[in-house]
Design a protein around this ligand. Structure first.
Ligand SMILES: Cc1c2[nH]c(c1CCC(=O)O)Cc1[nH]c(c(CCC(=O)O)c1C)Cc1[nH]c(c(CCC(=O)O)c1C)Cc1[nH]c(c(C)c1CCC(=O)O)C2
Length: 346
């Protein structure tokens, strides 16, 4: 089906666009009362994510209610460990919890590279329904966690400031780490390809815990696997968002990806220098700016747009939108991008 709005795809490919496209990481769920209404009709996040009709509904809500230029499929990065044999729970107000974790090489025997069609069929079905219901209005983004970030949760079993158990393994049993990272990578490649076959128009890899690794470990235990993913995904544009990976920006610029996500601490001009001219950059407004008054949101958004310039930019926040942000502030951010960015193209 022909897309009526393909701004984000054209920007990702480095083509000129009439204005800068805009969407928000974690736009599906969290901030919208309409999401919470759907969410309260089921037992919890996991049931919602596993019910394709409802997942499609909340995927489309931000397109209708906020006016973003792309939808992102409602799911989670943690569906991958589950499909590999390590199920998760979502504990209210606390986040993900894995009853079992990977402790030693022996535990790897209980895991396998996922059979994506059967183990993650519900996500693929949600993508198909979403594509049909979007009816070409905007592109649909598929996603997965980067192997290192998924590894963090499989070892640690829950969120952490340091993920010290996950980082410990890199020193005590690097071979086991490499084995598990490769299994995650193989699963992720098949999973992203299946999302694309089901209808995803572009894909993003979230390396949310990139910033906790020293540079040499980031190359060995994170980037080398992201590189495999980028080399394998040739069908649609791919975005790599490695939060906090300051020292890796030059290497990330060498990846076979179209777009690189910047967090809000990454200086835009310095990042452009390091990453190079032939990548599209995505980001990077401080998510906390959306707590400010409307005039400040507008001013900060304009400054960001001025600094990125008109070409090769997809406007976004520097990380996911915080749950307690007023949707009206999100709309202000989106509307500012839409009305201000055409003027940059003289
Ligand atoms: C690290 C990570 C996770 N999940 C994700 C990441 C990478 C991006 C990032 O760094 O924020 C990615 C994710 N999670 C979710 C999406 C869906 C689409 C979207 O909203 O953009 C996406 C893209 C839904 C979700 N994932 C989760 C919820 C809330 C659960 C609920 O509704 O009860 C949603 C809507 C739960 C989740 N899932 C995860 C955590 C730490 C938590 C708890 C805290 C939180 O809410 O963010 C793991």
């Amino acid at each position: 089906m022909e897309l009526k709005n393909d701004l984000i795809l054209r920007a990702a490919r480095g083509e000129k666009t009439e204005r800068t496209p805009v969407w928000l990481m974690r736009q599906a769920g969290r901030i919208l009362p309409e999401y919470r209404a759907v969410r309260s009709s089921v037992s919890g996040f996991i049931e919602l994510a596993q019910t394709p009709e409802l997942a499609a509904e909340v995927t489309i809500q931000p397109v209708d209610l906020l006016g973003v230029d792309a939808a992102i499929i409602f799911s989670d990065i943690l569906v991958v460990p589950e499909a590999m044999g390590l199920p998760y729970e979502m504990v209210e107000k606390k986040g993900p919890w894995f009853p079992e974790t990977v402790k030693s090489a022996a535990d790897l025997k209980k895991l396998s590279v996922a059979d994506v069609e059967s183990d993650l069929g519900y996500v693929l079905e949600a993508i198909k329904i979403t594509k049909k219901e979007l009816n070409g209005r905007v592109p649909l983004i598929g996603f997965a966690g980067a192997p290192w970030t998924i590894f963090c949760y499989m070892i640690e079993g829950h969120g952490s400031k340091t993920f010290s158990n996950a980082r410990k393994i890199l020193y005590t049993d690097p071979q086991m780490a490499q084995q598990l990272l490769q299994m995650i990578t193989d699963t992720t490649i098949t999973y992203l390809k299946a999302q694309i076959a089901a209808g995803a128009d572009m894909v993003q890899v979230f390396d949310s815990w990139a910033g906790i690794l020293p540079d040499d470990h980031y190359e060995t235990f994170a980037l080398s696997y992201i590189r495999q993913i980028c080399d394998a995904i040739t069908e649609v544009p791919i975005t790599v968002f490695a939060k906090g990976a300051y020292g890796a920006r030059k290497a990330i610029g060498q990846l076979n990806c179209n777009t690189v996500g910047l967090d809000w601490n990454m200086d835009i001009q310095e990042s452009r220098q390091l990453i190079g001219a032939n990548k599209t950059l995505q980001g990077n407004l401080d998510p906390a700016v959306l707590y400010a008054d409307f005039a400040t949101v507008e001013a900060k958004t304009k400054t960001m747009l001025d600094t990125f310039g008109p070409d090769r930019h997809i406007a976004n926040l520097g990380h996911g939108v915080y749950p307690d942000i007023d949707p009206e502030k999100v709309k202000c951010f989106i509307e500012t991008v839409k009305s201000y960015s055409p003027g940059l193209r003289k």
